[in-house]
Design a protein around this ligand. Structure first.
Ligand code: IVH
Length: 709
């Protein structure tokens, strides 16, 4: 039924010529829907599913006498398995539109039905997760139930406690059912996959499967986090006077009410629900949300538009499958089927040998995807991937595209096995295959040039004049075997190299001298510890204040740092042991090993002498201008800040006592808005967040500005 032609078509419905192809289509759609709701491996991508269902609907309109009971068009949840906890009010689905025209037609028919214009619309993100109902009795979260088939769902109360945004106790002792979506944010998804693969499990194919699998799992030896977003609430039989109130409140007020009780809603996100009055305003918010989709920290698959007023909703009523007062404006799918052409084996900076899928280029959500991550060799084997396979590819926001699964029923028999390397593809050494992730036995030394270039990079030691070509020269001449050797290079050695005159030599030596004084956060980042980039390195350096303390920290202590979980902590500890000889060489070369301005947490019985040592000249641990503030930077910096990269701006904010963040929310205290500041400025204005121009900000933190600026 689904062939190469069909999956490459866009937006049109599948044409079903006769009863047999209609029946086959219903069967295929039901199987795909069942897999979707169970969080299993999907057999159709979203676009293909939508086209199939539209084809089924067209056929049914023309042949109403032939409609099959199993058809996804008449079902509440299109074939999902039910559970044993009945819903007090069915958990309905939503009808879809795919264009401005279809939306206009839908509003016109709704307004005809109620006999007047819809007074106000709520425009909100369609969160790509799983619908759940959270029953609160006297303010206490009593039960968490999946949507199931819409009439009855499964009890998943065991997940309470792992879902951010779903408090166990509300701010008021009310009895209410909050409905919403549970999902994994991109970060939670990456984290879940790290933890899962470390426990020998298969990585989740996409955040939605991650949330579905996690919600059901009862006895896992580890926990992973998910996030809840409320999109509605209704009374329960014992809700008392709240019953009447909820029935009359506009939808937007219901959302504000549940947020006030302490439940998470999308209000704090860039795609917060907005109430507007005209169809044009709806359309322009739809376009805004669509444009923001790729930068969101969680997945959305559309926009939901709802008549806001209770009276409008009541008069519109609901069908068996979906309400007539709300509609999903679907966005293009972020999953597509394409062909696996090859597998490349790349050796990373740390010697990890990572397989990467080469794909027949496919357009997903506005960008062309030609490569996807393949995790590790065991994962390829487990999923039985073969060259030439049709594969489902998932790409959303800043998530690295990944292969979900081969579409087995599209195999032709010509697919070929994927050949694993027998020796390191970079240097030919042996491969250590004892862990899931294969590694060249030479570790970091295998990619010496890449590791040294990384350490010398702008956001690490920032050694000007030390590009990759120079590093190759130094490595080939045997002058450096790691980046610590840079600090003991002698003038004559450099002069002896090709194309190194007196001036370039002196400039390079001066740049290396400056690098010796870079703060610990930069030095730590230069080590290239897996899983610790710029911002994590700064957090670690600020928390511990000295390299000695970082090295002395055990797994528990490391977890005190914001954003470090148990697994990451264990990884950092292990890598620091491996990096000990390099760190000792750096210490011997008098490279800075403290973080200026950082105060380490006092240890029992300690008087804080190290802390004093860590406080650099001119900076005191107490009273910094940004203490307790959360600062966001947007737009182009000018004046004293003009030359600073975003990373340097973030460093500056943190040195001056603040917390740097990339998105504006209610928690933001200050927005530094440069030229061409866009949506972040508007949002800060809406929220009443203080806004400073670059010059004003430079003045505020003047004493912390780097000296070379
Ligand atoms: S309202 C009676 N609002 O989309 C109205 N649903 O395809 C029913 N969803 O079952 C839902 N974001 O799981 C609503 N802002 C939102 C939503 C949303 C995601 C999901 C929900 C629903 C499905 C329908």
């Amino acid at each position: 039924m689904v062939d190469g032609r069909m999956v490459s078509m866009t937006n049109s419905a599948v044409v079903l010529a006769d009863a047999a192809s209609y029946a086959a289509a219903v069967e295929e759609a039901s199987a795909a829907a069942a897999a979707y709701y169970a969080g299993g491996e999907s057999t159709l991508d979203d676009d293909a599913y939508d086209r199939l269902v539209r084809g089924i609907a067209v056929y049914e309109e023309e042949h109403p006498q032939d409609v099959l009971a199993a058809s996804p068009t008449g079902k509440v949840a299109g074939g999902a398995a039910g559970g044993d906890v009945p819903h007090t009010v069915p958990m309905l689905s939503l009808d879809n539109v795919f264009s401005a025209e279809q939306f206009a037609t839908w509003t016109a028919s709704l307004e005809r039905r109620i006999g007047r214009p819809v007074a106000a619309w709520s425009v909100e993100p369609k969160l790509d997760g799983l619908a759940v109902a959270a029953r609160y009795r006297s303010g206490r979260l009593e039960r968490l139930i999946t949507r199931g088939d819409g009439t009855a769902g499964e009890d998943v109360s065991h997940a309470v406690g792992t879902v951010v945004g779903l408090p166990e106790q509300l701010g008021e002792p009310v009895t209410i059912e909050v409905r919403g979506e549970i999902l994994m944010t991109n970060e939670q998804f990456e984290q879940a996959n790290t933890v899962r693969t470390e426990h020998g499990g298969d990585p989740f194919a996409n955040p939605r499967n991650g949330a579905a699998g996690t919600l059901r799992a009862k006895d896992r030896p580890y926990t992973v986090e998910m996030t809840f977003f409320a999109y509605g609430a209704l009374p329960l039989p014992e809700s008392g006077e709240l019953t009447g109130t909820l029935a009359e409140l506009p939808h937007s007020e219901v959302l504000r009410y549940v947020a006030g009780l302490g439940v998470h809603t999308a209000a704090e996100t860039d795609v917060a629900p907005r109430t507007v009055t005209t169809v044009e305003q709806v359309q322009s918010r739809v376009e805004e949300i669509a444009a923001l989709r790729a930068s969101l920290p969680f997945g959305i698959d559309g926009i939901v538009i709802k008549a806001d007023l209770a009276a409008d909703q009541r008069e519109a009523g609901s069908g068996t499958r979906a309400p007539r007062w709300a509609i999903a404006y679907k966005l293009p799918a972020v999953e597509k089927v394409t062909r696996l052409l090859g597998v490349e084996w790349n050796v990373g900076r740390t010697g990890i040998i990572a397989p990467r899928a080469v794909l027949e280029p496919v357009e997903i959500d506005g960008s062309t995807v030609s490569y996807a991550t393949l995790h590790n060799p065991a994962d390829i084997t487990r999923r039985d991937l073969r060259l030439g396979d049709r594969v489902m590819v998932y790409k959303a926001g800043d998530i690295i595209p990944r292969i979900e699964a081969p579409v087995a029923h599209l195999r032709t028999g010509d697919e070929q096995p994927i050949v694993f390397p027998e020796t390191c593809p970079q240097c030919g050494s042996e491969i250590d295959t004892s862990e899931q992730r294969w590694r060249c036995v030479r570790g970091r030394d295998c990619r010496l040039v890449a590791s040294i270039s990384y350490a010398a990079g702008r956001d690490q030691l920032d050694i000007e004049g030390l590009g990759a070509t120079r590093v190759v020269q130094l490595v080939d001449a045997g002058l450096v075997t790691d980046f610590a050797d840079l600090f003991t290079l002698e003038r004559e050695q450099l002069l002896g190299l090709e194309r190194m005159g007196e001036t370039s030599t002196d400039n390079l030596l001066a740049a290396i001298e400056t690098a010796r004084t870079r703060p610990l956060s930069r030095v730590f980042c230069a080590l290239g510890v897996r899983g610790t980039g710029r911002s994590m390195s700064r957090r670690i350096a600020r928390y511990f204040a000295s390299m000695d303390r970082i090295r002395a920290a055990d797994v528990d202590t490391l977890q005190q740092v914001d954003g470090i979980g148990k697994e990451k902590a264990a990884g950092v500890v292990a890598e620091l042991v491996e990096l000990a000889p390099l760190i000792e060489k750096l210490v011997a070369a008098r490279v800075t090993m403290v973080e200026p301005g950082a105060t380490p947490p006092p240890e029992p019985g300690e008087e804080g002498t190290d802390a004093a040592a860590a406080v650099a000249e001119g900076e005191t641990a107490a009273e910094r201008p940004l203490d307790g503030m959360t600062v966001v930077v947007t737009g182009a910096m000018t004046g004293a800040l003009e030359k600073l990269s975003r990373n340097q701006m973030n460093e500056l904010i943190e040195r001056a006592g603040g917390k740097s963040s990339s998105s504006v929310s209610k928690r933001t205290t200050l927005l530094v808005a440069g030229e061409k500041a866009g949506s972040k400025r508007t949002k800060a204005e809406d929220l009443g967040v203080r806004i400073a121009a670059p010059d004003e900000f430079a003045e505020l933190i003047a004493e912390f500005l780097p000296s070379e600026v």
